[in-house]
Design a protein around this ligand. Sequence first.
Ligand SMILES: [Zn+2]
Length: 74
Amino acid sequence: MRNIYCSFFGHEFKITKHVTHYVKEFKCTQCNKQFTTDQSGNITALTPKHREINAVLEKIHHKKQKKKNLQLIP
Ligand SMILES: [Zn+2]
């Protein structure tokens, strides 16, 4: 169903997940539709494919973060 508010004012994004510094998942507080940042930095609908990519990105990102933290220890 099309949300009238969203078609007039656009979606009202709320960040639901920080995947990496650049990729985030969003949810519209008006129509509950889910979105994500794509490779070009645009906000696009969150498809199962995107969810998969984000899960991989998140894993890689967390691994990197761990490495970084270890390097900070003298
Ligand atoms: Zn919406």
